[in-house]
Design a protein around this ligand. Structure first.
Ligand code: PLP
Length: 451
């Protein structure tokens, strides 16, 4: 920090303050974690200065031998860890990984003479008419994914994201009575809509998805089956999600982030079989600029960590903790979407406390509990104010907190939510500052045993 302080002290101060915040507050954001020191150090070094467009052994820049080493290692660890035939570790983020996958599927599946010509090496031979045909032939393909309010992700064909502009999208929701995916309804939607791509995966669905059934549905309509396991990759890596719940043997293509439950650096990754591997490896320059060698080095380290036996123990504890948190909340009267969890996250329907998600999120933050608001199925408050609070256990599990601490965490959350009153707008609320202060101190004390 002193080196940074000598150049821009405000950055050094912000880093120090971030460390203090992350140490002292209950970090319950389901997509966050604490990467290991080895992972952080692998990211903060001279690899950051290197350009390496291309793939291992086939670069557009000289001097990439060390980048080749770390990229090949990251891919090897990913293949071994997930049992995948091919791993592409260049995506800078989950969004990029999804774009790479979408492009690979389009290029593989859509009969387009113009596209055949447009493959990278012939790109200069294309006429204006070819380009026009290519856009016409590839545009408006169909995608079927989980709806946003049921827990799907923006990148699965929703309007604010480019995927919603590229694809004609339809979504499947969850059963209003149970909150669970209704596979018959998914099959019905697939039969009617005939998507090119069926997407499974979520950011805010607290249950497992049966990928064997989803693959059968995709096959029945000739769709390519893609799973975005960004949120639960750590549970797949740690062999908590196996059999029908492990996406890798069932999907044609799997994407993920590396920084959530998987506990690596911020980044993305694509896994697939040999059929799509060639198209996937064209991610750079199709979708990505130069890969980030420092992040690929950190991916190699984090994936090596995930291959160690203790990672399975961590993954199982994530789910044990989420279930303990859910039980603690239910026992105190909270309303949970689907009534519980079998993964790393819990979705509280805070309408049960007469609050919006926005009010609840801020009241919890005032009290040292960091969460995020999230829509619940058929949310009357929309995607901005919402009626839900999403909480996840990967970060606190990494710190070593267990089920007893989860019960204490449930008590703190319930105390704040039950004592917060709605204000005059969907964003305003009333919470006694002395109570917020007291809970903050209790949260911080809870963490002192887990530095
Ligand atoms: N896919 C899913 C399911 C996600 O939950 C997220 C992030 O929240 C992403 C993709 C996008 O990841 P990133 O923020 O790294 O682009």
């Amino acid at each position: 920090l002193e080196v940074i302080r000598a150049v821009e002290p405000r950055v050094a101060d912000a880093i120090g303050a971030e460390l203090a915040d992350q140490r002292e507050s209950l970090k319950l954001i389901a997509s966050e974690n604490y990467a290991s020191p080895a992972t952080l150090l692998a990211m903060g070094n001279w690899f950051s200065d290197k350009y390496a467009e291309g793939t291992v052994g086939r670069r557009f820049y000289a001097g990439c031998q060390n980048v080749d080493t770390v990229e090949a290692l990251a891919a090897e660890h990913a293949r071994e860890l997930f049992g995948a035939a091919h791993a592409y570790v260049q995506p800078h983020s989950g969004i990029d990984a999804n774009l790479v996958a979408f492009w690979a599927i389009l290029a593989d599946r859509v009969e387009s003479p113009a596209l055949k010509k447009a493959q990278v090496r012939q790109v200069n031979d294309l006429t204006e008419a070819d380009w026009f045909a290519l856009r016409r032939e590839l545009g408006n393909q169909r995608m079927l994914g989980m709806s946003l309010d049921a827990g799907g992700h923006l990148t699965h064909g929703f309007r604010p994201n480019i995927s919603g502009k590229m694809f004609d999208q339809r979504s499947y929701g969850t059963d209003p009575a149970t909150g669970l995916v209704d596979y018959d309804k998914v099959a019905e939607a697939a039969r009617e809509f005939k998507p090119l791509i069926l997407v499974a995966g979520y950011s805010a669905y607290p249950r497992k998805v049966n990928f064997r059934i989803m693959r059968e549905i995709a096959d029945s309509v000739g769709a390519t089956f893609m799973v975005d396991m960004a949120h639960f990759a750590g549970l797949v890596a740690g062999k908590v999600f196996t059999g029908d719940f492990d996406p890798v043997p069932h999907a044609h293509i799997v994407t993920t982030t590396t920084h959530k439950s998987l506990r690596g650096p911020r980044g993305g990754m694509v896994l697939c079989g040999p059929e799509l591997a060639g198209q996937v490896d064209r991610g750079c320059p199709m979708v990505l600029g130069g890969p980030l060698p420092h992040v690929m080095a950190a991916k190699a380290v984090a994936l090596a960590e995930a291959r160690r036996p203790d990672f399975a123990n961590y993954a199982q504890r994530i789910v044990d903790n989420a279930q303990a948190l859910a039980e603690g909340l239910l026992r105190r009267g909270a309303k949970l979407v689907t009534g519980g969890t079998d993964n790393h996250l819990v979705l509280i329907d805070v309408s049960g406390y007469d609050l919006t998600g926005r009010q609840a999120e801020q009241a919890l933050l005032d009290s040292g509990i960091v969460t995020n608001r999230n829509a619940v199925p058929q949310d009357p408050n929309g995607a901005w104010y919402t009626s839900g609070i999403r909480i996840g256990t990967p970060a606190l599990t990494t710190r070593g907190l267990g089920t007893a601490e989860m019960d204490q965490t449930a008590e703190l959350i319930h105390t704040v939510l039950s004592q917060t009153k709605p204000g005059e707008s969907k964003a305003k609320y009333v919470l006694d500052p002395a109570l917020a202060d007291k809970v903050s101190k209790q949260a911080s004390e809870l963490l002192t045993g887990f530095p």
